[in-house]
Design a protein around this ligand. Structure first.
Ligand code: IMP
Length: 428
């Protein structure tokens, strides 16, 4: 049995969806531990594209337990839309889906507050997905959140909503000069959601721990990436949850001693959506070329992703923070045809060399990347399933990554489809 955390090692969009989908074949269940429908996990099966926002990518396999943990923030209308969309396409969603009673709900006022906050920040805005994620987590920490379990108790739900709105409507009017919300209308809307979601609401911590006790194979699926983690990322340009592996314990109710391995998913280059410093960003036409070839547009918002070279300073930080026992390299084929490839091995700032990720944003945003330049390859690598069949320089690129980071590459993804990968070590 194994309990494996799959975590994004960069700024998200590393291709975790496909990896979780592939590994689900040997798993009994998949549990998502943080974030919300700000995430977009893309999986391609037989040329059919699925984008999952909150339901674990494991849902695309029959009969696997799919759990939305307490650490996730849930927009009920978006979850219902996702369930309906999957069902329409013939995917089973029923007794295989569980939603934690303790998962906090995203409310309409969270979206409104976020919009106003971003507007007021002007050029200092975070560039959020606009889904109400941050304000929902603020309410959770402030102990004013409404949880999925409250949907099962209409009177308690109504009471909490009324109390919250009395403060929030005042804030929206007085501070943001925006209109407030009607408690009855939200109550009716959410009771409609309750009817559709109550069958999934469960004590997910008990379900997961029972599966562990029964020696089942389980995947814990992270959303976003380590550099977007609210504690360990490029704060304040982060999301509002613990996207790193640490979030799996609190976000699911599982003790650290139960986790057997942590695998980091690393894109062969780097991307970032939204604002915030990005030392290896390629600002010329090559960045645009990579964006087009890699389809680097947000799966949730459609925003163009900023593209850059692989950054070892970021990855060293990720390995440490997550305790990575192995890595998966994705989208290697996007680098096909490049004559030279750059790998950032350190940063330079104010005459000092930084091999480790600087914690101060004011330093990080001024860091210049120090590059090692390696030869690229002309050949097409998409769909290759055997490491030895990769061009020699592509093999060296992978070995270079292992050498610099001191962590083994276990899987290389060479395309969007399930079978387009090189399995160097079976995780289960
Ligand atoms: P929020 O999560 O909507 O609050 O956005 C905060 C930051 O995280 C912004 O820079 C977003 O672009 C980024 N972000 C949120 N979700 C994702 C994701 O799934 N992939 C990549 N970036 C994300």
């Amino acid at each position: 049995m194994a309990v494996i955390v799959i975590v994004g090692a960069q700024w998200g969009d590393e291709g975790k969806g496909k990896i979780v989908d592939v590994l689900t074949e040997k798993a009994d269940g998949v549990a998502r531990y943080q974030g919300g429908h700000n995430a977009g996990h893309t999986v391609v099966i037989n040329n059919e594209k699925f984008i999952l926002h909150i339901i674990p990518s494991g849902i695309l396999h029959k009969g696997k337990a799919c759990i939305i943990g307490n650490g996730v923030v849930v927009d009920p209308s978006s979850l219902i839309e996702e369930i309906d969309g999957l069902r329409k396409r013939g995917i089973e969603v029923g007794k295989n889906l569980f939603l934690s009673k303790n998962a906090h709900l995203i409310m309409p006022y969270h979206v409104a507050i976020e919009k106003e906050q971003e507007r007021l920040k002007g050029s200092k805005k975070i560039g959020t997905t606009g889904k109400g994620i941050g304000p929902a987590y603020v309410d959770k920490i402030a102990r004013t959140g409404i949880r999925a379990g409250d949907l099962l108790y209409p009177e308690i739900f109504r009471e909490k909503l009324k109390t919250n709105l009395s403060g929030i409507n005042h804030l929206l009017k007085a501070i943001y000069n925006a209109s407030g919300f009607d408690a009855d209308a939200i109550y009716r809307e959410y009771m409609g959601y309750a009817e559709k979601l109550s069958e999934y609401i469960a004590d997910t911590d008990i379900i997961i721990n029972k599966m562990i006790d029964e020696n089942k194979n389980i995947l814990f699926e992270g959303a976003q990436g380590t550099l977007l983690d609210v504690d360990h990322g490029t704060y304040p340009y982060v999301t509002s949850s613990n996207a790193g592996a640490g979030g799996a314990c609190t976000g699911l109710g599982v003790g650290p001693t139960k986790i057997t391995r942590v695998i980091g998913v690393v894109k062969a280059y780097t991307t970032r959506v939204g604002e915030g410093p990005f030392p290896t960003e390629i600002k010329d036409s090559l960045g645009e070329k990579i964006r087009e070839k890699g389809g680097e547009y947000g799966a949730t918002t459609g925003r163009p992703r900023r593209c850059g070279w692989l950054d070892m300073v970021v990855l060293r930080h990720s390995i440490r923070i997550n305790g990575l026992s192995g890595i998966v390299i994705t989208k290697l084929d996007i680098l096909d045809g490049l004559e030279k490839i750059k790998i950032c091995t350190a940063y330079r700032y104010n005459g000092r060399l930084y091999e480790e990720f600087p914690k101060e944003l004011n330093v990080f945003e001024k860091c210049e990347p120090v590059y090692e330049e390696v030869s690229g390859w002309k050949e097409n690598t998409s769909g290759i399933k055997d490491f030895e069949k990769l061009p020699k320089t592509a093999q060296e690129y992978i070995k270079n990554i292992e050498r610099i980071l001191g962590v083994n590459v276990e899987i290389i993804s060479s395309g969007q489809k399930r079978d387009e990968l090189i399995m160097l070590k079976e995780p289960f």
